[in-house]
Design a protein around this ligand. Sequence first.
Ligand SMILES: [Zn+2]
Ligand SMILES: [Zn+2]
Length: 361
Amino acid sequence: MPATVRGVVAAAKGAPVEVVPVVVPDPGPGEVVVEVRACGVCHTDLHYREGAISDDFPFLLGHEAAGFVTEVGDGVGHVAPGDYVVVAWRAPCGTCRSCRRGRPWYCFDSQNARQPMTLEDGTPLSAALGIGAFCERTLVAAGQAVPVDRTARPEAAGLIGCGVMAGFGAAVNTGGVSRGDTVAVIGCGGVGDAAIAGAVIAGARMVIAVDVDDRKLAWARDFGATHTVNSSSSDAVEAIRALTTGNGADVVIEAVGRPQTYEQAFLARDLAGVLVQVGVPSPTMRIDLPMIELFGRGGALKSSWYGDCLPSRDFPMLIDLYLRGLLELDRFVSETIPLDGVEDAFARMEHGEVLRSVVVF
Ligand SMILES: [Zn+2]
Ligand SMILES: [Zn+2]
């Protein structure tokens, strides 16, 4: 029987989100229903509400979720009702040209549920990042439901489904941070702080946090940054060079998504260093760099999609690191809120007051 549950829907561009009845169909072949226990509020949800991602309103928001599988459709083998899962927005197809080349973390045809969830009048909902988890239940492709250790509390576990994985993976997977590296992270929100935590776990000997907000720099220290630079009062590039004996950092992670911070990251890199862009720019942004510097500095300029993660490999690993006390996921949880608190949480997020508000059910 299709279930009617409560979910947070963005009905029109810029309009406040509302909690409305959502109809969740029975799972079809290759689909599963997840009873959501917690879901973090991410900037991407706000971008959907603002129409900055697409015009496919109405959207069912929420995509950083943990919960329990309640039903599975035909042909689903790797999860069963009762399994505790974190929901991923990448579920490699196994057959696209990237998967065939042995690079499933780039999968170009990631799987989502085929059936839409709907409003009560049958209007199909566009699920944010193919998830839609500000909702008591959500329908996803089976591959999106990644089993993890059930002793990890859902408020913390759900966060690895997006921002934490993106940041951690930017440092560890894309940037290849390894023992002894010097690392700089520009932008210390949830993604940047996860990059800092990842760099620390990977063995970086110096992790420099850069932001314009002293509150965020204090959070960055909590996640293991060894040095902080407030780039509103000092030159970020000069400061990073000064801390790295004049050379620049081995790996610089740009977690803002703006031309100015990209240029800072480019210039704050040591020769043959790696720049990782994980901040998401807007479509109109441009960068202008001297080509001789692109060539002369060598190294690599990389973009990190979702931390270049393979959820089935990386989610259980992050949860294990959390349960060992090495990855402090609880620090990302600034507050827990009810389902009808998402609109207010957007405002606190925009003002930089919280790292993550997490809806609990
Ligand atoms: Zn694929
Ligand atoms: Zn997100």
